[in-house]
Write a protein that binds this ligand. Sequence first.
Ligand code: 3HC
Length: 288
Amino acid sequence: MGTIHKILVIGAGAMGSQIAMVAAAAGYRTAVQDVSTDMLVQAQGQLTARMQAKVAKGSLSRAEADTALGRLEFTSSLPDAAADADFVIEAATERLDIKRSIFAALDAAAPAHAILATNSSTLGSSAVASSTGRPEKVCNMHFFNPALVMKCVEVVRHPQTSQETVDTALELARSLGKSPVLINREIPGFVANRLMGALRDEALRLYADGVADFRDIDTAAKTALNHPMGPFELMDLVGLDVSYLIRQATYDQTGDPADLPHPLLKDLYDQGSFGRKTGQGWYSYDAR
Ligand code: 3HC
């Protein structure tokens, strides 16, 4: 792997901020860039609180937490942050037009050797690689929520991704303490979200058909299958907006009506009940 000194994460939402924290905790100088200073302030506050909680729990020393947080830079300037980045992970909004303009800006600002990865769960990286002059250095690097905890990272190649880029992304993921999985071709949902989607679809069907309450379906997943969360709790954690948009994007790619978001998911999405982040989803959450 070419030496990686600095990692840049684009987007200070739940995924971007935690991916950046993982990188900083693994010893990389890391920048998080977002156009919204509010998002940057919020991300900094949440990550500091997460690190403090780990110190209080004894899973991290105060010095380790301070050093990791000290390696993190929060900035709104993409060109400045990209100028000396060796590896970029884009975790911005799941909108193709926004991602394409980010990749064009990254291509202009980042050193020629830098790899540009997207955390997108819905868009194969070929959709953004074509807005750069370095498609062979572009791939997906898909983390899971919460990124500080979940071990899986899906590395997805597109037809022009070079073997060197794939190897570097896999090795970077390992150096972050993750277990990378290589996906050889772009397919909607990659692997893990397809598995999760199959379970979620069945759970929604059972609930919609009145077979069981959603709370009981969650209980069955946890106590019969040993899943850490039931499918409805997981939708609330991931975000009903994210779950809805993933499904809509899959439908947009396949045109198969079976891929449309379930009407119950659409109802919650239309109401703005996005799960934990809004305090209301399948379950209600105390305001923080
Ligand atoms: N953010 C960061 N860290 C969190 C967290 C969060 N939201 N919630 C919990 N944690 C951390 C805790 O701080 C704790 O860390 P520590 O051991 O270092 O102190 C650790 O996780 C365990 O937390 P708890 O003991 O409080 O709770 P649980 O043991 O119940 O674990 C969980 C919580 C890790 C969220 C667990 O319930 C779980 O694994 N759930 C399933 C998550 C999952 O399936 N994610 C994949 C979603 S799909 C996806 O992301 C794809 C995308 O494209 C949509």
